[in-house]
Design a protein around this ligand. Structure first.
Ligand code: KIV
Length: 252
């Protein structure tokens, strides 16, 4: 049976950690569906690791929906969430309309990057019965304004505003909050203070779960490897090994 949004909160209540990965296509989603994951995210990271863009800022709704449909066809048991891409939730009405498109494409939830400023959009989507995952800390959709990927929450001003954002998101009813590149002591505090689960990426070990981009875990994007992601396979090498073996056998 398909897991629901409440299964994330139930895991935190039971003291069970959440393991989450991204997927962007049917075969990967189908493989991951049997791997005891708590969440498959169709992240807008697909812009970088699948489509070859320099960052996630230009990923479109059409691209996200195309990949969401493929993942939803493969993930029959695992909870699937999709990222609302940059510019897709500028007003509550637009956010609701786009969240509905994700639901119709097969996503069980949507994820929104941002804090207090996103509350009206989060509330509009939740009012429609679509679960929402928050995303705080480093917000890749704002990487250009921010001038790079930096740890968030080291200064008192930043940590106070992250605490305010996280509590406001929790009160609005999000089912989990992704903490990206949040200073680990602050991620730990947030995890203790919030009832809803925190899912960390580059935010230290004390979150209620961890999420990684699949390509970083399986070694499928050798051109960039974030420091916090431990590769557990070298699929890039295997692809080239098999392709070269085929090429040389064919040409011989
Ligand atoms: O786009 C993405 O893949 C993400 C995470 C890995 C959290 O937002």
């Amino acid at each position: 049976m398909k897991k629901s949004a409440t299964s994330l909160g139930d895991a935190k209540a039971a003291g069970r950690l959440l393991a989450c990965l991204t997927a962007y296509d049917y075969p990967t989603a189908r493989l991951l569906d049997d791997c005891d994951l708590d969440l498959i995210l169709v992240g807008d990271s697909l812009g970088m690791v699948v489509l070859g863009y320099p960052d996630t800022t230009t990923v479109t709704m059409a691209e996200m929906l195309h990949h969401t449909r493929a993942v939803a066809r493969g993930a029959k048991k695992t909870f699937v969430a999709s990222d609302l891409p940059a510019g897709s939730c500028l007003t509550p009405a637009l956010a609701r309309e786009n969240a509905r498109l994700f639901r119709d494409a097969g996503a069980d939830a949507v994820k929104i990057e941002g804090g207090l400023e996103c509350l009206p959009m989060v509330e509009a989507i939740l009012a429609d019965g679509i679960p929402v995952i928050g995303h705080l800390g480093m917000l890749p959709q704002r990487v250009i304004e921010e001038g790079g990927y930096h740890i968030k929450g080291k200064s008192t001003t930043e940590s106070d505003s992250l605490l305010r954002d996280a509590h406001a998101l929790e009160q609005s009813g999000v089912c989990a909050i992704v903490l990206e590149l949040v200073h680990p002591p602050l991620a730990s505090t947030l995890t203790k203070e919030l009832k809803c689960p925190t899912i960390g990426i580059g935010s230290g070990p004390d979150c209620d779960g961890q999420i990684l981009v699949l390509h970083d875990v399986i070694g499928l994007f050798p051109w960039f490897r974030p420091k916090f992601a431990q590769p557990r396979a070298d699929v890039a090498f295997e692809i080239q090994r098999a392709a070269r073996a085929f090429a040389s056998a064919t040409k011989a």
